[in-house]
Design a protein around this ligand. Structure first.
Ligand code: FAD
Length: 366
């Protein structure tokens, strides 16, 4: 049986980053993904904040500098500002610097970085089960690894087979491409247009990534009909290349270590619940998992160091974001109240919520 120090399952942002740092730390690392083409099909809004914005969100500047690289060739457009649109149509605008990226190019670039650092990349190569140190592959092979990183997304096979469970709350999401000319702000629409979540328009060069995420689908509707209705209302052309997928918006777990398995990114719920963004947190937790795995192999340090690292970098803002989202859900079940609530907290309050902070009008820091 082939043997590695570290097997990383899933070559999305969490896994590719984990493999890069594990290999940089001197561990013999393999990165496995079931997809024939990494990053495709695109199941993402493809928006990323700049590193400077991330430093404002998470208190770990040096980690962000070494972890969060947006390869210039993957950027489709720079965006300047976010607009939150209430059900009443009122718009709340605040600054937010970011990029629309091509996930299709972005995921490949991150995997290439991992290879460049010395990791072996193998795909398409699905993992069907993990038991102790044995990773079973679709098609029958097996790999032995001293540490396994579960970075295989919200429906994680590794989590299920290793008995790692987190409180799952999910956004059901649909995304597609609409042609047209769009301003360089990202736009989020709230209310019954996307119950429990929001609809979005994220501009790219000659088109936009459009979509919506919901916590529940009203009876008689589907994600597709909700999206059609939203696009018609906003007079945006119908979306092509549609995909639907899940985003976990539950609380961060008390521990992301189970035996010899470390969980990063969506597999461990490490997503910003107020805005559904999970790429930066996947990369930061991936980095922490890769560093902890390599230290374990090289110096015999306990794998629980992974918990210390990701909790220091991510736990408080993510837990706060989850609490803010829940309070918002209770207050804003009806469009009229939601419009009034958005008016009460205003643009600066919405800006705070998107940045995982309590709005000043709801008591500020907690
Ligand atoms: C519609 C939509 C829009 C979104 N928009 C944004 C956005 O604009 N900005 C943002 O920051 N976040 C966004 N997110 C969230 C973001 O996409 C995720 O949080 C992020 O991709 C998580 O990264 P990850 O590496 O943990 O998981 P993933 O990106 O899901 O990667 C998991 C990888 O594991 C592989 N895999 C799965 N199972 C197996 C298996 N059994 N064996 C081998 N390989 C396997 C998959 O092929 C995949 O490549 C969006 C999500 C959705 C669904």
């Amino acid at each position: 049986m082939e043997a590695y120090d570290v097997a990383v399952v899933g070559a999305g942002p969490a896994g590719a980053t984990a493999a890069r740092f594990s290999a940089l730390g001197g561990a013999r690392t393999i990165l496995l993904d079931r997809r024939p083409e990494l990053g495709h099909p695109v199941q993402c809004g493809e928006f990323l904040p700049t590193p400077a914005e991330l430093k404002d969100l998470f208190d770990c500047d040096e980690v962000i500098d070494e972890t969060f690289r947006v390869p210039p060739g993957t950027i489709l457009r720079e965006t300047h500002g976010m607009v939150c649109i209430a059900p009443s149509g009122r718009e709340y605008r605040f600054p937010l610097e970011g990029y629309s990226v091509s996930r299709r190019a972005f995921d490949k670039a991150l995997a290439l970085d991992a290879e460049g650092a010395g990791a072996e990349l193998r795909h398409p190569c699905g993992v069907t089960r993990v038991r102790d140190d044995v990773v079973s592959l679709a098609g029958g092979g097996q790999i032995r690894a001293r540490v396994i990183v579960g970075a295989d997304g919200p429906l994680s096979t590794v989590a299920r087979s290793a008995g790692f469970s987190v409180e799952r709350e999910m956004f059901r999401m649909v995304t597609g491409t609409s042609l047209g000319t769009f301003s360089d702000e990202i736009r989020l629409y709230f209310g019954q247009v996307a119950p429990g979540g929001y609809a979005w328009v994220f501009p790219r060069r000659a088109d936009a990534n459009v979509g919506l995420g919901v916590t529940s689908i009203p009876r008689g509707r589907s994600l597709g009909t909700l999206l059609d209705r939203f696009l018609r209302r906003e007079k945006i052309s119908g979306a092509t290349d549609r995909t639907s997928w899940w985003v976990p918006i539950g609380p961060p777990p008390p521990s992301a270590v189970r035996g010899r398995a470390l969980f990063a990114g969506d597999s461990a719920n490490l997503v910003m619940a107020t805005n559904g963004g999970g790429i930066p947190t996947a990369m930061i937790s991936g980095r922490d998992a890769g560093v902890a795995a390599a230290r374990h192999i090289r110096d015999g340090r306990p794998l629980s160091e992974y918990d210390t690292l990701w909790k220091r970098h991510l736990f408080q803002p993510l837990a706060r974001g989850h609490r803010i989202k829940h309070l918002g859900d209770r207050v804003v079940a009806r469009d009229r109240f939601l419009s009034l609530g958005m008016r009460y907290i205003g643009a600066s309050g919405l800006d705070s919520m998107m940045r995982l902070r309590w709005p000043r009008r709801l008591g500020g820091a907690r």
